[in-house]
Design a protein around this ligand. Structure first.
Ligand code: NAP
Length: 527
């Protein structure tokens, strides 16, 4: 049931007077529930409860954390229709997408449950003492990863389930042993509260300390700012705009004790179409890319916003085919009037740039909050000179850059800001002939894709979802997959520590049976 209140630990709370509603973009009207924004006092309570919970939660075994994570997944599934309906009414996204995203969210929670139940993720390493080493004896050293402390997670507008309340950041932080305070995204506060209720029930059912999770409502930046500045918060997870992510990153570094902000932000996801590929299968590629650019109304961080090719007849014909194909796709709804407002104004700004030619622009009437897909094209030289054209237009928009030659293509790639992904479309014998292009692209991105589309992010250990700034604030960490747990931990060494007082992961007898690096060799044996 949606109450519109905050969860401060396991208790519902609504002390504030500032309220807001969510919006149904399909019906173009406000939803019925009203949400009460968290007050400074409630923010403080949530963080202090998280701080207290941390003392106990960081010691909870992997097996028990797995029970907690699986209970959250079960609780989300048990919300059933009410969750799917609320999700659709707050996003304008179809039921199929809601179910798919729910499946992904549950899958993420369960994969972290498996990870922590098995236990080797703590990267335990042991270097035995050599007391008679000369000239100085070697001490016994043992290291593992430990949780950072309370983590604040900002819900993402474009993934109300998989990157919000119980999404990847929350699942990873809880798995690591960090209590989580979610700053609920105002556009889907009802979806957020339903999921929060499942987390709170799961915490109670599995006897987790009160305060291990809180969910705070907010409709402006104040709650988020107060959370990031709170001295007891130790790290932040964010998915959204470069402006928002950067503002939080700056706030966090200005604190007396700076803390890490793992922000996954904008990206135009360059796609390089090499000459043989565009010559031999330009028409098929055009259809594929018309679908990828408009998928989810272009509201994916991996949306292909920039296509790069070498000028010529084949590229001209690809542009024509892409324009014809994309214009036939029925426009779809964006998440919120603010998001479509931003799309319209960013698109207007992009197409008003000198030298830019719009080649596909959906002209027919569309329903309110539906986005008109657009493709534009520009010469390589113009693109190089005007960095406004390099910026993300969040929505179904893409620009095709016609480069003079391979040198200019390489120059353009090298000038791009950091990106989540880079795609190369090539015929089989072609890729090996462009090592400089591959190398330039590798320098700018976190994931290289061959002959595919960037949309669709597989959740698995080998996925890296992150990249050089500004696609993320720390290119060393992924926001997707089990390795994202590493954002919420720090290494800790014990020197000559008594065996009985060591964490189980580091004890001689290896009671957890985990894989450890012992004297430079991986083993699950006892010492
Ligand atoms: P956003 O503006 O970045 O906001 C995300 C969250 O951060 C919101 O909860 C917002 O709080 C908070 N926030 C933003 N600026 C802040 C600041 N200066 N201080 C404290 N908190 C701040 O993203 P959005 O609302 O999801 O969408 C807006 C635009 O972001 C979109 O139109 C799109 O351009 C971009 N976006 C990009 C991606 C991507 O993956 N590339 C994903 C989502 C959005 P309040 O809402 O409460 O103010």
């Amino acid at each position: 049931m949606i109450t519109g209140k905050n969860y401060i630990g396991n208790k519902l709370s609504a002390k504030g007077s500032k309220t807001y509603t969510t919006f149904n973009p399909q019906l173009n009207k406000e939803n019925e529930f009203s949400f009460v924004e968290a007050t400074p006092e409630e923010i403080d309570q949530a963080v202090l409860q998280a701080k207290n919970a941390y003392a106990e939660f960081k010691e909870v075994s992997g097996k028990r954390k797995a029970e907690f994570l699986n209970a959250i997944a079960d609780g989300i599934l048990a919300l059933d229709d009410s969750l799917v309906k609320t999700y659709c009414s707050e996003t304008g996204l179809p039921e199929g997408r809601a179910m798919g995203e729910r499946g992904r969210t549950v899958g993420q929670l369960r994969s972290f449950a498996e990870l922590v139940k098995e236990g080797s993720w703590v990267e335990a390493s042991i270097d035995s003492a050599i007391p008679n080493r000369t000239p100085a004896p070697k001490p016994d050293l043992r290291k593992l990863l430990i949780p950072l402390g309370p983590v604040v997670v900002f819900g993402a507008s474009n993934f109300p389930l998989a990157y919000s309340t119980a999404g990847g950041d929350t699942a990873a932080a809880l798995a690591a042993g960090c209590p989580v305070i979610v700053k609920s995204h105002p556009m889907h506060a009802g979806t957020g509260e339903l999921v929060a209720s499942a987390i709170v029930k799961a915490a109670e059912k599995t006897n987790m300390p009160n305060g291990v999770f809180s969910n705070l409502n907010s409709s402006g930046i104040e709650v988020g700012v107060a959370l990031v500045q709170h001295p007891s918060v130790k790290a932040v997870g964010f998915t959204g705009s470069i402006r928002g992510g950067r503002a939080l990153f700056d706030l966090a570094s200005q604190r007396e004790e700076p803390i890490p902000v793992f922000a996954e932000m904008g990206s135009v996801n360059p796609v390089v179409i090499l000459p043989d590929a565009v010559q031999n299968r330009g028409a098929a590629l055009a259809n594929t890319y018309a679908g990828s650019i408009t998928l989810g109304t272009g509201q994916f961080c991996t949306n292909p916003g920039l296509l790069l090719g070498i000028k010529g007849e084949a590229l001209t014909s690809f542009i024509k085919n892409l324009s014809d194909a994309i214009i036939k796709i029925e426009p779809s709804c964006m998440l919120h009037p603010n998001i479509i407002g931003a799309y319209e104004s960013n698109r207007r700004k992009a197409v008003a740039q000198k030298g830019l030619q719009v080649v596909a622009d959906y002209q027919s009437d569309v329903q309110t909050n539906y986005a008109r897909q657009t493709v534009s094209t520009v010469e390589g030289k113009t693109f190089l000179e005007n960095t406004t054209l390099h910026q993300e237009v969040f929505g179904p928009y893409s620009i095709v850059v016609q480069c003079e030659d391979v040198d200019q293509l390489e120059q353009i790639i090298s000038k791009l800001e950091g990106q989540l992904t880079g795609t190369i479309i090539a015929d089989d014998s072609e890729l090996s002939r462009y090592p400089r292009i591959v190398s330039a692209l590798q320098n700018r991105v976190g994931r290289l894709i061959y002959n595919g589309v960037p949309t669709g992010v597989e959740v698995c250990p080998s996925m890296h979802h992150g990249g050089p700034y500004p696609s993320s604030t720390d290119s060393r960490f992924t926001a997707v997959g089990i390795h994202s747990i590493k954002r919420w931990v720090r290494p800790m060494s014990y020197q000559d520590w008594p065996d009985s007082q060591l964490p189980d992961a580091l004890k001689d007898s290896n009671p957890l049976g985990i894989i450890r690096l012992v004297n430079n060799g991986l083993t699950s044996d006892k010492l």
